[in-house]
Design a protein around this ligand. Structure first.
Ligand code: ADP
Ligand code: ADP
Length: 227
């Protein structure tokens, strides 16, 4: 079961006068699409990076399923993360970008090929497997970054402002694609955005952060209904 729980997870940056994330208490259900939203600097990325193992947790703990991952390195957490800038390898083809993590993990070539082909089909990238990232549109690059994450079949999927480099029109269509892909895969997802509309249209639940403190967690519907 890929539940996620933050148990009073706290991050204080060296020299910081107050916590960037202060005793975060948050449970994400198996298969849920949870969105972390709030203005710039409220602690969204720090929360996500603590879950990914990219940022130290100074107090409290983080669990994935029944495993305490608080002090595990990123590679042992069974997560995959899509970054804002996609961080694709420019000298590799789309296929090699998507298969790279599996290659590093020692998976055999036939199996990698199959997984890359399957992911490419789902993401509408089959015709682009031999291209280099620079020969792709922004939306296609975004899908390669998603593909690279899903071929690993991680337990938890993390996304940090994955639409911020797309133009407004593409943002709207990609929003729908990501949400439907997530539902199809049923993978527990934590998604960071500063965009309230994005949060409300994509999330099963939305967690609102302000100044490092969790303000509320609710379904978009009940947030709209609230006076
Ligand atoms: P958000 O993702 O919501 O924009 P962040 O998690 O990036 O917010 O930042 C939360 C707070 O922590 C901010 O006040 C930010 O300035 C501070 N912060 C973020 N990263 C660092 C860092 N590496 N060193 C010191 N302070 C940081
Ligand atoms: P290498 O370049 O390591 O000798 P390959 O040419 O088989 O091996 O490709 C590198 C990786 O990218 C492989 O693991 C492979 O499965 C994947 N890959 C390459 N081309 C394709 C393709 N057209 N369709 C699907 N996967 C591919």
């Amino acid at each position: 079961m890929a539940t996620v729980s933050f148990n009073k997870a706290t991050r204080i940056y060296p020299g910081g006068d107050k916590p960037a994330v202060d005793q975060l208490e948050l449970d994400v259900a198996d298969g849920e699409f949870l969105v972390l939203v709030g203005p710039s600097g409220c602690g969204k990325s720090t929360s996500l990076r603590m879950l990914a193992g990219l940022e130290d947790v100074n107090a409290g703990s983080i669990h994935i399923g029944d495993r305490d991952v608080t002090h595990l390195p990123p590679k042992d957490r069974d997560i995959a993360m899509v970054f804002q800038n996609y961080a694709l390898y420019p000298h590799m083809t789309v296929a090699d970008n998507m298969g790279f993590a599996l290659k590093i993990a020692g998976v055999n070539k036939a199996e990698i090929r199959q997984k890359v082909e399957d992911a490419a089909k789902i993401l509408d990238l089959t015709d682009y497997l031999a291209r280099k990232p620079k020969a792709l549109s922004g939306g296609q690059r975004q899908r390669v970054a998603m593909g690279r994450a899903i071929v690993r079949e991680p337990q938890v999927f993390l996304m940090d402002e994955p639409l911020s480099n797309l133009d407004a029109k593409l943002r709207v269509s990609t929003r729908t694609q990501i949400a439907s892909l997530q539902r199809r895969l049923g993978i527990t997802t934590v998604y960071v955005t500063h965009d309230q509309v994005e949060a409300m249209t994509m999330g099963d639940r939305v967690a609102v952060l302000k100044d490092g403190l969790l303000q509320q967690v609710d379904s978009p519907r009940s947030m709209y209904d609230r006076p």
